[in-house]
Design a protein around this ligand. Structure first.
Ligand code: AMP
Ligand code: GLY
Length: 435
C-alpha cells in the first residue's frame, strides 16, 4: 500500500516512524515532511491546496491512504475535495470531512454537540458579534475565573482565562469587535472554569466503531511548574497515573461512545483520530475541547506504545472492519521532552547547527523545526526536536529522556526540566543537573 502523509512536525515524524514499521507499507510519501522524516519516506513539495496537482500525484503514485497530521487542511475541506473527485474513489483519507472537523474548528459547534448528546463539559454560553452587550451582562453575573474562547481556529491563542472581570470584558469586546483574532474571534464561548487535572485521550474511528488509544499528559506551559505562556506542548508522558482504568472506563462510556454515536446519529461522517482534551474533576472526566487529529507532542509519546500495526487500523477504516481490529499497547511508560529555541513561544532565532543526535541511546528523536544546510542539521522553528524514551515506570522513562536530552546541543536550546515530575511517586526522580 502507498501512503501520503501530510504535515511537517514532530507528530507527523512520529506517524511516519510508526507507518514505516508496517508490513502493509510499500511506499511512504510525506508532504512536505522535514529532515528527520527523510529516512522514513520520500519528502515531496506538493501543494495540497492545488487540487489538480494533488489529484495527479495521488493517481501517479497510486496512493491508497492519505493521512492528515494537522487540523487546518481538514477544517478547510481537504477530505471533502478528495471524496468528491470521481477519479479518487479508491483513496481513503485518515481525518474527517469539514463537517466532522467542526468539532475542532468551531468551539460553539462542539459545545452544542456535547449538550445535545449529554457529554460532560463545562457549562457555557456563546455570543455572536452583535451580542457584545449580552456577553458583558453575562460576565457581570458569573463568578471568576472567566474562561473565554474564540469560536474558530486560533493557533493556540484562542483561550483566555482570567479572574479579572475588567480584563475578561476587554477580551470579549476585542474578540467580538474583530480586533482580536479576526474572524476566529467573532463568536465567543464563555464557560465555567473546571478545577482538576488535564489529560489527553485519543481514539481512532471509522465513524461507527472506535478503538481507544493510549492517553497522555501534555505540558503546555513554557516554564517549569507550569509557569509562563502556553505553547504547542513542551513534553508528554503516557500512560497517565491519575487516568487509571476506572477513569478511562468513564472516558470510554461517558465521552468516547456518546461522541461517536452522536456523530453517527447526526449523519456526520468521521474517520480518523479524535483527541479528547479532558479535565479530571474529582475522578470524573469533562471535555475541555475536541481535536480531530493526534496531539503534538502527545503523538510522540503514544505512538511508540502502540504495538499494533497502524496501517492495519487505517485499512480497517478503509474497509469498514475497524471493529475487528485489535489495539495492542506496550505497558511501559514513555516520556517525551521537547527541545525548543530560546524565546519560544515568543520571538526566537533560527539557523543554529544541531549536534549530538548520533549520541542518543535507546531514544527516539523526532524532528519539528529543523532544516538541512548541506549535510548539516540546523534549527528552523520554535519547537525543534522531541526526545522520547521508554522506562519500566514513569520515573525511569523521565530519567532516560533527560539523559538523552543532555546530549543534544544547539545554541539557545531550551527545554522544561520537570516533565513527568508532578506524576512521579519517588521524589528523587529528577533530571540530571544541567551543565
Ligand atoms: P484549549 O485551547 O481549549 O485547549 O484551552 C487551552 C487551555 O485552557 C486548556 O488546556 C486548559 O488548560 C484551559 N482551559 C480551557 N477550558 C477550561 C475550563 N473550562 N476550565 C479550566 N481550564 C480550561
Ligand atoms: N498538545 C496539544 C495539541 O496538540 O493540541
Amino acid at each position: 500500500m502507498n501512503v501520503l502523509l501530510i504535515g511537517s512536525g514532530g507528530r507527523e515524524h512520529a506517524l511516519a516512524w510508526k507507518i514505516t514499521q508496517s508490513s502493509l507499507l510499500d511506499e511512504l510519501y510525506i508532504a512536505p515532511g522535514n529532515p528527520g522524516m527523510e529516512r522514513h519516506g520520500r519528502c515531496v513539495a506538493l501543494d495540497i491546496h492545488d487540487h489538480d496537482a494533488l489529484r495527479a500525484f495521488l493517481l501517479e503514485k497510486r496512493i491508497g491512504i492519505v493521512v492528515v497530521g494537522p487540523e487546518a487542511p481538514l477544517v478547510e475541506g481537504l477530505h471533502d475535495r478528495i471524496a468528491a473527485d470521481p477519479e479518487l474513489k479508491k483513496v481513503t483519507v485518515i481525518g474527517p470531512k469539514a463537517s466532522g472537523a467542526r468539532l475542532e474548528g468551531s468551539k460553539d459547534f462542539a459545545k452544542e454537540f456535547m449538550f445535545r448528546h449529554n457529554i460532560p463539559t463545562a457549562a457555557h454560553r456563546s455570543f455572536g458579534k452583535e451580542e457584545v452587550g449580552l456577553a458583558i451582562e453575562h460576565l457581570e453575573k458569573v463568578p471568576p475565573p472567566f474562561v473565554i474562547k474564540a469560536d474558530g481556529l486560533a493557533a493556540g491563542k484562542g483561550v483566555v482565562i482570567t479572574s479579572d472581570r475588567k480584563e475578561a470584558m476587554e477580551v470579549v469586546r476585542g474578540m467580538l469587535g474583530g480586533s482580536r483574532l479576526g474572524p476566529a474571534g467573532q463568536r465567543v464561548v464563555i464557560e465555567e472554569f473546571l478545577e482538576g487535572r488535564e489529560v489527553s485521550a485519543f481514539l481512532i474511528t471509522d465513524g461507527r466503531s472506535f478503538k481507544m488509544l493510549p492517553a497522555a499528559k501534555d505540558y503546555k506551559r513554557i516554564g517549569d511548574q507550569d509557569q509562563g505562556p502556553n505553547t504547542g506542548g513542551m513534553g508528554a508522558v503516557s500512560p497517565v497515573p491519575f487516568a487509571d482504568k476506572d477513569f478511562m472506563q468513564k472516558v470510554h462510556d461517558r465521552i468516547a461512545a456518546p461522541t461517536i454515536r452522536g456523530l453517527s446519529t447526526e449523519g456526520i461522517p468521521f474517520q480518523g483520530f479524535l483527541f479528547m482534551g479532558l479535565m479530571n474533576v474529582k475522578g470524573d472526566p469533562y471535555v475541555i475541547e475536541y481535536n480531530v487529529r493526534l496531539g503534538d507532542p502527545e503523538a510522540q509519546a503514544i505512538l511508540p506504545r502502540l504495538r499494533s500495526d497502524l496501517l492495519d487500523l487505517f485499512e480497517g477504516i478503509a474497509t469498514d472492519t475497524l471493529s475487528e481490529c485489535h489495539v495492542d499497547v506496550d505497558d511501559r511508560t514513555t516520556a517525551t521532552v521537547v527541545l525548543a529555541s530560546e524565546g519560544y513561544p515568543g520571538k526566537y532565532r533560527t539557523g543554529f547547527p544541531i549536534g549530538g543526535s548520533e549520541l542518543l541511546r535507546n531514544a527516539l528523536l523526532f524532528h519539528s523545526g529543523t532544516t538541512k544546510d548541506g549535510e548539516e542539521l540546523r534549527t528552523n522553528g520554535g519547537r525543534v526536536l522531541s526526545v522520547t524514551c521508554f522506562g519500566k515506570d514513569l520515573e525511569q522513562a523521565v530519567v532516560n529522556a533527560y539523559t538523552n536530552v543532555q546530549l543534544i546541543d544547539f545554541k539557545g536550546k531550551y527545554h522544561r526540566t520537570d516533565i513527568g515530575h508532578d506524576l512521579a511517586r519517588k521524589p528523587n526522580a529528577r533530571a540530571p543537573q544541567q551543565v
